[in-house]
Design a protein around this ligand. Structure first.
Ligand code: GTB
Length: 217
């Protein structure tokens, strides 16, 4: 059974790979699972057909036979648990890799999303100039802590795992803000993720949607 995921028909990021289908594509590429992509307009995402798959009318979703999932973190965990390559076999290392998926999604991503939303849609608010540095500082604090943990390691805990996959996609959202530049080891970490052949295939596939060349592999 071929996996089908959903993605934006026209991503607002114009193919930069910031939308959350990118992490699902990357995970599928890492484990060598072919997939198809159903592209959705913003209107189609609000339709009952899509809401039956994703109650919050968002992308990505994941369908494999009669299993349908939403929430990118849950999708990545499902892929990682049912295919080799994204979680270590040793129980404690596996638990730590799962811990890092939560750290990426629950500790690092929220302040980044808060900053992103403010920078995109709250620029004209009277409190913007006051709020922005506060949000930047929250991100800086987390980046400093993450950079200290990473040190000169290649990955967060031994071998590359689903935790790294999610953390790299989360950190990429800061590209263009200048905040990653404070920590060369985090920049190198992101670059290491981007250099993985599976990442390159996933990135090319989502970019092809924007450029109009193809939608699935
Ligand atoms: N918690 C959910 C998950 O992890 O799956 C969040 C899913 C989500 O936020 N989906 C977004 C969506 O469908 C796309 S990824 N938004 C449409 C809506 O809510 O109406 C978020 C996103 C969108 C666009 C950019 N960008 O253009 O840079 C980056 C990230």
């Amino acid at each position: 059974m071929t996996v089908t995921i959903t993605a934006f028909a026209r991503s607002p990021d114009r193919g930069c790979g910031h939308a959350r289908d990118m992490r699902v594509r990357w995970a599928l590429e890492e484990v060598g699972r072919p997939y198809e992509v159903r592209l959705l307009s913003f209107d189609a995402m609000k339709e009952p057909t899509h809401r039956r798959l994703q109650p919050f009318a968002q992308i990505p979703t994941y369908e494999d036979g009669d299993l349908a999932l939403f929430e990118s973190g849950a999708i990545i965990m499902h892929i990682a648990e049912h295919n080799a390559g994204l979680l270590p076999d040793a129980p404690q290392a596996r638990a730590r890799a799962i811990m890092w998926t939560f750290a990426a999604l629950n500790t690092i991503e929220p302040p980044i999303v808060d900053l992103e939303i403010t920078m995109i849609i709250e620029r004209d608010k009277p409190w913007y100039a006051e709020r922005l540095p506060m949000l930047q500082d929250r991100v800086r604090t987390r980046l400093g802590e993450l950079a200290t943990h990473l040190g000169d390691g290649d990955w967060l805990d031994g071998a590359f795992s689903a935790g790294d996959l999610l953390m790299v996609t989360v950190l990429r959202r800061l590209i263009g803000t200048g905040l990653l530049e404070d920590h060369p080891n985090l920049g190198a970490y992101v670059a290491r993720g981007e250099a993985r052949p599976a990442y390159a295939r996933a990135f090319a596939a989502q970019l092809a949607v924007f450029t109009g060349s193809t939608a699935s592999r």
